[in-house]
Ligand binder design. Structure first.
Ligand SMILES: Cc1cc2nc3c(=O)[nH]c(=O)nc-3n(C[C@H](O)[C@H](O)[C@H](O)COP(=O)(O)O)c2cc1C
Length: 187
């Protein structure tokens, strides 16, 4: 697949088949991820691979409860999603069998930026290989809890940056229209 085709064709996928994503495929996608640029070539990331629909269903329930218990609605647009998060049937991970979480290593100002660049590479590579992904911001606060990091073999001083579902899409989602970007030329 051509790069621009991947950029314009990638969508947030929210419905997955039961086909399992192989370990070799995950290695390929993570290899694409780590070819992202990093500030001072620090490569400050750790990839946590969480697998199994029932485990992820349990994680979804716990992450939803944590989000609802700790989230301060304020003016955040996510306050509009409270009803969805309260729905026991709603699976944060959309029934995907695999979630990859990119964690940033500590002590480096640009670590989270580097991880986001890696995440986009991961998602574009997945799309090019016929897989779908969706970033899951709702799960990030829970995945950053010390006890959860410890339970998934991630060092407590790492920071959860980007959880992403990955799997085979049931169908290609419709494109989401983009707002006109603000572009300011200096002269
Ligand atoms: C940081 C971040 C967090 C996101 N969190 C969620 C989420 O928790 N649940 C979800 O369904 N989509 C989530 N998304 C996906 C966006 O809703 C989606 O990218 C956006 O609607 C545009 O659609 P597209 O990716 O298909 O172009 C997130 C995207 C980003 C970048």
């Amino acid at each position: 697949m051509k790069l621009l085709e991947a950029i314009y064709g990638r969508r947030a996928v929210r419905d997955y088949t039961d086909q399992k994503v192989s370990r070799s495929m995950l290695h390929e996608l993570i290899d694409a991820a780590i070819h992202a640029p990093t500030a001072l070539d620090e490569q400050p990331w750790v990839f946590a691979v969480l697998e199994g629909k029932s485990l992820l269903r349990d994680y979804s329930d716990r992450a939803k409860a944590h989000f609802l218990a700790t989230f301060n609605p304020g003016g955040d647009p996510h306050s509009l999603r409270r009803d969805m998060l309260r729905d026991p049937a709603f699976n944060l991970f959309y029934n995907a069998g695999t979630v990859v979480v990119i964690y940033a290593k500590p002590g480096w100002k640009f670590a989270a930026t580097d991880c986001c660049l890696a995440a986009e590479n991961f998602m574009l590579a997945a799309h090019a290989k016929g897989l779908g992904t969706c970033p899951i911001g709702f799960a990030q606060p829970w995945l950053d809890l010390s006890e959860i990091k410890t339970s998934i073999n991630i060092s407590e001083d790492n920071t959860a940056v980007m959880p992403m579902t990955v799997g085979y899409p049931v169908k290609a989602p419709d494109p989401v229209p983009r707002k006109m970007p603000e572009i300011v030329f200096s002269e």
